[in-house]
Design a protein around this ligand. Sequence first.
Ligand code: SAM
Ligand code: ZN
Length: 269
Amino acid sequence: MLERILPHMRCPRCGADRLEPTPAGLRCPACGAAYASREGILDMIGDDPGEVITPFQRLMQSPAIVSIYENSWRQLGYYLASSRSFAREMETVLEFGKGEKEGPALDLACGPGVFTRPLARRSKGFVVGLDLSFPMLRQAARRIRAEGIGNIQLIRASAFALPFSDAVFPHVNCCGALHLFDRPEKALAEIARVIGPGGGFTVQTTIRPGRSAGLAYILERFIRFGFFNEPELHRLLGSHGFAVERDERHRISYTFLARRLPPENMVAV
Ligand SMILES: C[S@@+](CC[C@H](N)C(=O)[O-])C[C@H]1O[C@@H](n2cnc3c(N)ncnc32)[C@H](O)[C@@H]1O
Ligand SMILES: [Zn+2]
């Protein structure tokens, strides 16, 4: 799989557009950085994440949470946010992303591959599942092996420094994560860069509740589980060249397909 994605990669450390394969993984001839591949996961971070690890992200690294995430945590969390089943949400996201051009897809902040696997099963190309958490990716690798899916490459990297060249992906998916990023505007700039004009961006995120603002405050303040204000989110997307094409709101859960506009159609915001 690595050889298929390699021509589209760049060094997250120095930005050089060419990485070389080595017996252990990849190497950047420009800055000398070595990226090891272990357990089927290309690790582009190593021991130093160089990121703010929020309390919520730390939770996403804990083996106990990783083991219950897909079958319990995600299902219950989504139900509490939306009053509908996660299976229906999965259908919505897959339906929103259905019309995108064939080609590699990126599932950003893929966790244990909840969306990565269904995306890969229906794709003729390959899918990259990228996450910051090695334990989440290890769980994804296990499930991918168990389901015998052969067109997924897992990468440990940060949403703020995506290890890909410009305009590589016709489709980027990012569910359950945009509101968790410490710097969503930095992640959106990177997504806009790798998606390229005309590409589709499917997202499930959360909108700040009108009522029970006390609980939202506690979640935001203490574990940095964030919420967007809907008009602000639209402005933020617009400022990165995205226009929302389809959307659905279920209580505080917001799912949308945004299109990366060609530069001549971008509106200054
Ligand atoms: C709630 S999980 C979502 C997993 C999956 N996409 C889903 O919809 O169920 C959020 C994921 O975001 C990842 N994450 C948080 N910050 C990140 C960052 N800066 N770069 C990449 N992944 C990040 C976490 O490790 C975690 O696996
Ligand atoms: Zn480099």
